[in-house]
Design a binder for this molecule. Structure first.
Ligand SMILES: *Cc1c(COP(=O)(O)O)cnc(C)c1O
Length: 340
C-alpha cells in the first residue's frame, strides 16, 4: 500500500546470476551488504539461496551476517569487514566466516577454531595485508579487490601482484580464490575460483561497455498526490529556485530525498510517465517532488516512474552526479518492495 514502491523482477535477477555464471564459469559469492544494495535482503536472498551457481554470500559486518542467518541462509556467509573484539561469539553461533585484513583481526581469532579468508591489498589501499600474509591452517580463502576495474593497466598490475602472493602462499592447498566484482568480471581472472558480485546481479551495469548480458531487474515508482495549474510567476518548492515563466501544469509526486530520490536532481532531473519525461521543478523535498506535466494526461493516484528497465539506477545516478550504489542503498524502508 506504499505510495512509492520498488518492483523487483525475480526472473531477471535469477537470469542475471545464470548469465554471470555462463560468462565467468565460476561460482558466485553474492554480495548482499547494505540490505542487498537497498533492494531488500528478505526479497533477494531467498531467490538467490537455492541457485546452484551461488556458493556463498558476502556482507559488510557481523550484524548483516546474523540477519542473513535469521532469514534462513544456510550457505557460507563472508564478513568482508573483518572481525572486531566482541564479535567472536556471534561468528561461532551463526557460523560466519570473517575476511581477515589486519593483525588485530588475527588476534581476536586467537585460539578460536574459526575458518577465515584473507584479504590482500594489491592496490585498493583500503583493507588487506600488504605483505607478511599470515599462513594458518584455518585459512580457507584468499581475496583481493580491484580499485579501478575500468583501468586495464592498473588492474593487470593488481592481478600480477596477487598471483605472486598466491604462488608463495597456497602451494597446492585447495582454497577459494576471489578477485572480481561486477566490473572486474571483464578480466576473467584465470586463477580465481569464485567471483564476488553485487551490482550486476541486481541488473545494473557497472561499465558502459559491459560484456555480460544482464537485464535490468528494478523499477522505482511513486504515486501522484496532486495535480494543478500554476500561474505565470508562481514559484515552486523551498527556496523558490524555480518560477513558472508561463502558466504550467504541475504534479506533486510522493517521493523525496527521504525515499532515496537525490536532492541533487532538483531542477535538473526528470521522472517518467508512459515514456514521457516529466522535468523536476524546484527543490526535491523530503517526501515530495514537483514535476511539470503540461500536455500529459495524468491524474491523482497514477504511478510515475523514477527508474524502469529503460532508465536504470545507473542512468538516474549519472543525472544525480553520483553512482548507482549510493542511490540504491539510500532507498528507504518507506519504499515498499514488491516482487514480480
Ligand atoms: C561491495 C564489494 C563487492 C561487490 O562489488 P560490485 O561492484 O557490487 O559487484 C566485491 N568485493 C568487495 C570487497 C566489496 O566491498
Amino acid at each position: 500500500m506504499g505510495r512509492s514502491r520498488l518492483k523487483i523482477n525475480a526472473e531477471a535477477i535469477k537470469e542475471n546470476v545464470r548469465k554471470i555464471y555462463e560468462f565467468t564459469g565460476k561460482k558466485i559469492i553474492a554480495v548482499v551488504k547494505s540490505n542487498a544494495y537497498g533492494v531488500g535482503i528478505e526479497f533477494v536472498v531467498p531467490l538467490l539461496e537455492p541457485l546452484e551457481e551461488i556458493d556463498a554470500f558476502a556482507v559488510a559486518c557481523v550484524e548483516e551476517g546474523i540477519e542473513l542467518r535469521k532469514i534462513g541462509v544456510r550457505k557460507e556467509i563472508l564478513i568482508l569487514g573483518g572481525v572486531l573484539k566482541g564479535e567472536v561469539k556471534a561468528l561461532k553461533e551463526f557460523h560466519l566466516t570473517p575476511v581477515v585484513s589486519d593483525p588485530e583481526h588475527l588476534k581476536v581469532l586467537e585460539d578460536e577454531n574459526i575458518p577465515f579468508h584473507i584479504n590482500v591489498d594489491t592496490g585498493m589501499g583500503r583493507l588487506g595485508f600488504l605483505e607478511d600474509i599470515p599462513k594458518d591452517p584455518r585459512v580457507k580463502g584468499l581475496m583481493t579487490h580491484l580499485s579501478s576495474p575500468a583501468d586495464r593497466e592498473f588492474s593487470m598490475r593488481q592481478l600480477r601482484k596477487f598471483e605472486g602472493f598466491l604462488k608463495k602462499f597456497i602451494g597446492n592447498s585447495r582454497m577459494s580464490i576471489h578477485v572480481e566484482s561486477s566490473a572486474g568480471l571483464i578480466y576473467k581472472v584465470p586463477f580465481a575460483t569464485h567471483v564476488r558480485v553485487g551490482l550486476a546481479i541486481y541488473g545494473e551495469k557497472p561499465l558502459k561497455e559491459y560484456p555480460v548480458d544482464i537485464k535490468p531487474a528494478l523499477s522505482f515508482e511513486a504515486q501522484v498526490i496532486s495535480v494543478k495549474r500554476l500561474p505565470k510567476g508562481h514559484p515552486v518548492s523551498y527556496g523558490r529556485t524555480f518560477v513558472a515563466q508561463r502558466d504550467i501544469r504541475t504534479a506533486v509526486i510522493a517521493v523525496g530525498y527521504a525515499d532515496g530520490l537525490m536532492k541533487t536532481l532538483s531542477n535538473r532531473g526528470y521522472l517518467l510517465f508512459k515514456n514521457k519525461k516529466l522535468p523536476i521543478l524546484g527543490a526535491v523535498t523530503m517526501d515530495m517532488t514537483v514535476v511539470q506535466v503540461d500536455g500529459v494526461n495524468i491524474k491523482v493516484g497514477d504511478w510515475v516512474e523514477i527508474v524502469n528497465p529503460k532508465r536504470t539506477f545507473v542512468d538516474l545516478a549519472r543525472d544525480a552526479g553520483t553512482i548507482p550504489y549510493e542511490v540504491m542503498c539510500n532507498l528507504s524502508p518507506r519504499v515498499e518492495r514488491v516482487i514480480i
